[in-house]
Design a protein around this ligand. Structure first.
Ligand code: SF4
Ligand code: SF4
Length: 448
């Protein structure tokens, strides 16, 4: 209950994470370099003379290498989203917040910004002293230098993020020529400002208050999930090194000082923990110094910490895996069998309930409703004809010009000679593009 005079939220206590070298830090660094290289390089990759990965909001298209998705392909996006959610749920159930600690851009870029801060302002204690100190020449130099480098990093990040939504080569051309269109400039500025605010200031608060994945963690984790955990059975009672009858924890507080989330892992599993492993490296270094086995803080599970065996295969993981295999198979099937031109035809009943009519020149005609969609990345000129219908012919519109992603619905009149046999005749509509792409759709013709 909020009492009069109390605030709804506590003021944020700034966190000064201490540097924590170690084997997990090295692993994170390698992964961070690889993932950053991927993130920065991907928008520059060309595919068939266009950007390989681009969410073209203005053109309402999503380019993913050979796959070009239009608004009418939303089932693809739905399928990709469900697969991503299942993947994240499965990985979280198995390995806790491994994604957050090792691969999330929020963690990677926050760490990069902190590294710059450390370079100009020093490690934890020096930064705390500097922030407490009155403004002087040294403080101004350190802060201004840091913000200059952060701004360069933020701008590059802003341009890269914007490059996933606007063609990055045009964007770079505009920036280099000094003639930046207003909309383009605003998009880049938006992403630059978000990067600076988030990685320079907001940091752990994003994980704690905004990220939906972090909020859902508690529903995905179970007692067998791999977490970063403190072995309280071994560590407690914590006490300084010279104290008798103490546990393995020497109460040095290094694990707390290195934590970018500002928590004490010894208090147990907490939703703020992003599994970054900084406390493992820190505690291992202390264990080495006091000549005790490493692993007082380690990758473990709640069951293992309680002395019970950890199960890897459990029902919910098997359900996630089965659903993932099925849906990924379905996605691949849809991708492989997806035609670049969509064609669907349906015979229409005329007003008055007639299935066929006789034309002025004595031939039999049927009306068909035809849906054509161009799923190619470029415009398509299409010619529509019939095949498998003796002396059959399409009257009227046979040539179409469709923009990329355009869907057109039209009515086509198909005629056959009056001497054609009575009954239902199977045939197919064939659409051929100027580039030689050919698709067909089965239909039936009725001769009364
Ligand atoms: S408790 Fe350890 S693993 Fe969790 S966020 Fe803090 S330092 Fe990282
Ligand atoms: S770093 Fe290890 S020894 Fe030091 S306080 Fe944390 S758990 Fe205890």
């Amino acid at each position: 209950m909020i009492l009069p005079g109390q605030q709804m939220t506590a003021a944020r206590k700034k966190i000064y994470p201490r540097n924590s070298p170690g084997r997990f830090r090295n692993l994170r660094n390698v992964l961070s370099v690889l993932l950053q290289a991927l993130l920065f390089a991907l928008p520059w990759l060309q595919w068939h003379s266009r950007q390989a990965v681009l969410a073209d909001l203005a053109g309402r298209k999503l380019y993913l290498f050979d796959l070009v998705l239009h608004p009418q392909d939303n089932y693809f996006l739905l399928l990709i989203t469900i697969i991503a959610v299942l993947l994240i749920s499965g990985v979280s159930t198995l390995a806790g917040r491994m994604w957050c600690g090792f691969a999330c851009p929020q963690t990677i870029f926050t760490q990069a910004f902190i590294a710059v801060e450390r370079f100009f302002e020093g490690d934890r204690a020096a930064r705390m002293r500097l922030d407490r100190a009155a403004w002087n020449g040294r403080k101004i130099r350190a802060k201004v230098s840091k913000w200059i480098v952060w701004t360069i990093m933020g701008s590059w990040l802003g341009m890269t993020f914007a490059g996933y939504f606007l063609p990055i080569r045009d964007l770079m051309g505009q920036i280099l020529s000094g003639h930046v269109e207003l909309n383009t400039g605003l998009v880049v500025l938006f992403f630059t400002a978000i990067s600076l605010f988030d990685f320079g200031y907001f940091r752990e608060q994003f994980c704690q208050h905004i990220c939906p994945y972090a909020r859902l963690q508690s529903t995905m984790l179970d007692a067998d999930s791999i977490i970063v955990g403190y072995d309280s059975k071994r560590g407690e009672p914590r006490a300084k090194l010279k104290q008798p009858d103490r546990g393995a924890c020497v109460d040095c507080s290094l694990c707390v000082q290195v934590c970018p989330a500002g928590i004490d892992i010894r208090d147990g599993l907490q939703s703020e923990c992003i599994g970054c492993t900084a406390c493992i490296d820190a505690c291992d270094s202390i264990m080495d110094k006091v000549k005790q086995p490493r692993g007082l803080i380690r990758f473990t599970s709640l069951n293992e910490l309680e002395g019970r065996p950890t199960r890897v295969f459990r029902p919910r993981l098997l359900i996630y895996s089965g659903a993932l295999v099925l849906l990924t198979g379905l996605l691949l099937y849809l991708m492989v069998t997806r035609s670049p031109i969509g064609l669907e035809c349906e015979r229409q009943v005329r007003p008055g309930g007639q299935m066929a009519a006789i034309t002025a020149d004595g031939r039999v005609s049927n009306v068909f409703k035809v849906h054509v969609v161009n799923r190619l990345a470029e415009p398509a000129r299409l010619q529509i004809r019939v095949e498998g219908l003796a002396a059959g012919e399409v009257l009227g519109t046979r040539n179409l010009e469709l923009a990329s992603g355009q869907l057109q619905e039209l009515q086509l009149l198909v005629v056959v000679p009056a001497a054609s046999g009575r009954g239902i005749h199977n045939f197919r509509f064939v659409a051929t593009s100027q580039a030689g792409v050919q698709v067909s759709s089965q239909a039936t013709f009725f001769v009364p």
